[in-house]
Structure formats: structure tokens, C-alpha cells
Design a protein around this ligand. Structure first.
Ligand code: GLN
Length: 244
């Protein structure tokens, strides 16, 4: 019955390709909805860690799904493939618009590449979502060191250094003035290289905290999402008072 009404009216459903602005829907600050871009890569691992942190974690493959989240994780995987699929699914522009509009996002490894404004050692024309004022070098640690593990201390993350897993990882070659460097490699041939950054509500790491059981980076991100929701709720309450 309700279904028939839905079909004839068709209202209340976002039309395909016309996402509602993510800022207009009321949200639950304690259990924010956090999407994981689910085109390729280690999606399931991120979903599990996010749920563990109290978020409602959902897969995002379509613009309507993107419009319904309070924050977005861009997983590790293969950035060239993810960028291609995002383009094919009509997600690239909505992703850019969402990040530009203030949607908090966290990128691990390939996700860091997707959030970068500029790339080195990428195939010509590899598109990114952008938003982070950084130059990121793909596969920066070299072919011999496809993967390695290291202890990385992160600014703003208490409890000692994280055990970080790097898999054909990028690093941040240059960071703009508004970018906070959260962590660097210590020792070895990559000594001093930037592997964790934050700019406002955007966070990126070269490594994969979703693979190690250390939930502190996700906890930091979920906290950023909660604070962003709280600020927006405060701002809209303020507007209502202004209008009263
Ligand atoms: N090398 C991959 C890329 O360029 C990233 C690797 C990863 O996410 N583990 O997209």
C-alpha cells in the first residue's frame, strides 16, 4: 500500500544523480554515519573498525549513498582503479563537491592519494578527489621495499607510537601551510618522510591502521566527524535563534 503511494508520487526519494546536500539531513552525533568508499580495496576492514568506534558504518558506491553520510573513509587499495571506477559510477564530481563542502574524510594509503591535490609518479591524468593541499608521491618507498612495518608517533594521538603497516605506500612530498604534519618515518632510508597529515576535517595516512587492530586513527577520525556534527548543529540552532 505504502509502496503504491511511493511509486505514484515518487517524492521523498532522491533522484539518481541528484544527491541532496549532505548538510540538510538531521544527524545523530553519537552514532555518526560514516561511509567507506566501496569501489575497491580493503573496505570490510574499515567498516569493522568504524563500527567498533560507535559509528554506523556503510558502504558508499552511489551519489545518493554519499549524500547520506556524515564522514567518509577512502580505503587502501589501488588508487588508479578507484579513481577510474569513481569516474565511471558518476561519483567523482559528487565526491569532490562533498569534500569541498566540508565533509570530513580520512584516506589510508590509496585513500591518501585520492585526497591529494597533486600527485607524483602517477599515470598522466590520474584524477583525484583532492582537498588536501599536499603533493603525494605514489609507491614512494621504492619497489624493493614493497611493504614494511615501523613504529610511528602521531601528534594528537596519545598512548605511544603506532605500529604502522606500509604496503606499496605513498608519502607526502610537500605539504601546504595549512596542513598539519601528524607523523613522520624515523630512521632508515625514508627517515623524516611525512606519512600522516591533517588539514581541518581531512586526515590521511600512508599506512593502514585498519589492518593492525590499533583503532586510534579511526577514533581520531570519528571524533572529528562528531565535532563537525556538533558544530553544525550549534550553527543551525544559532541561525534559528537569529530568525526568531
Ligand atoms: N600503490 C597503491 C596506489 O598507488 C596504494 C597501495 C595501498 O593502498 N596499499 O594506489
Amino acid at each position: 500500500m505504502g509502496d503504491g503511494a511511493h511509486r505514484s508520487g515518487g517524492r521523498g526519494r532522491p533522484r539518481r544523480g541528484v544527491p541532496v546536500a549532505w548538510a540538510v539531513v538531521p544527524r545523530d552525533q553519537l552514532r555518526p554515519v560514516i561511509g567507506v568508499l566501496a569501489l575497491q580495496g580493503d573496505v570490510r576492514e574499515h567498516l569493522e573498525v568504524l563500527r567498533d568506534q560507535g559509528a554506523q558504518a556503510v558502504r558508499v558506491r552511489r551519489p545518493e549513498e554519499l549524500a547520506a553520510v556524515d564522514g567518509l573513509v577512502l580505503p587502501g587499495g589501488e588508487s588508479t582503479t578507484m579513481a577510474k571506477l569513481a569516474d565511471r559510477f558518476g561519483l567523482l564530481e559528487p565526491l569532490r563537491a562533498a569534500v569541498r563542502g566540508g565533509l570530513p574524510a580520512y584516506g589510508s594509503c590509496a585513500g591518501m592519494i585520492l585526497l591529494a591535490d597533486r600527485l607524483l609518479d602517477a599515470p598522466p591524468g590520474q584524477p583525484t578527489i583532492g582537498g588536501l593541499d599536499v603533493t603525494v608521491r605514489r609507491n614512494a618507498f621504492g619497489r624493493q621495499v614493497d611493504s614494511f612495518e615501523s613504529e610511528i608517533a602521531l601528534d594528537g594521538v596519545a598512548g605511544g607510537p603506532l605500529h604502522a603497516v606500509f604496503i606499496r605506500a605513498p608519502w607526502v612530498e610537500e605539504a601546504g601551510a595549512d596542513v598539519e604534519v601528524l607523523g613522520r618515518v624515523v630512521g632508515g632510508p625514508a627517515d623524516g618522510r611525512i606519512v600522516a597529515v591533517r588539514q581541518g576535517s581531512l586526515v590521511a595516512t600512508s599506512f593502514h591502521p585498519e589492518l593492525t587492530g590499533d583503532r586510534r586513527v579511526h577514533a581520531l577520525f570519528v571524533d572529528i566527524v562528531r565535532r563537525t556534527l556538533a558544530q553544525r548543529a550549534g550553527a543551525s540552532a544559532g541561525n534559528e535563534e537569529d530568525n526568531a
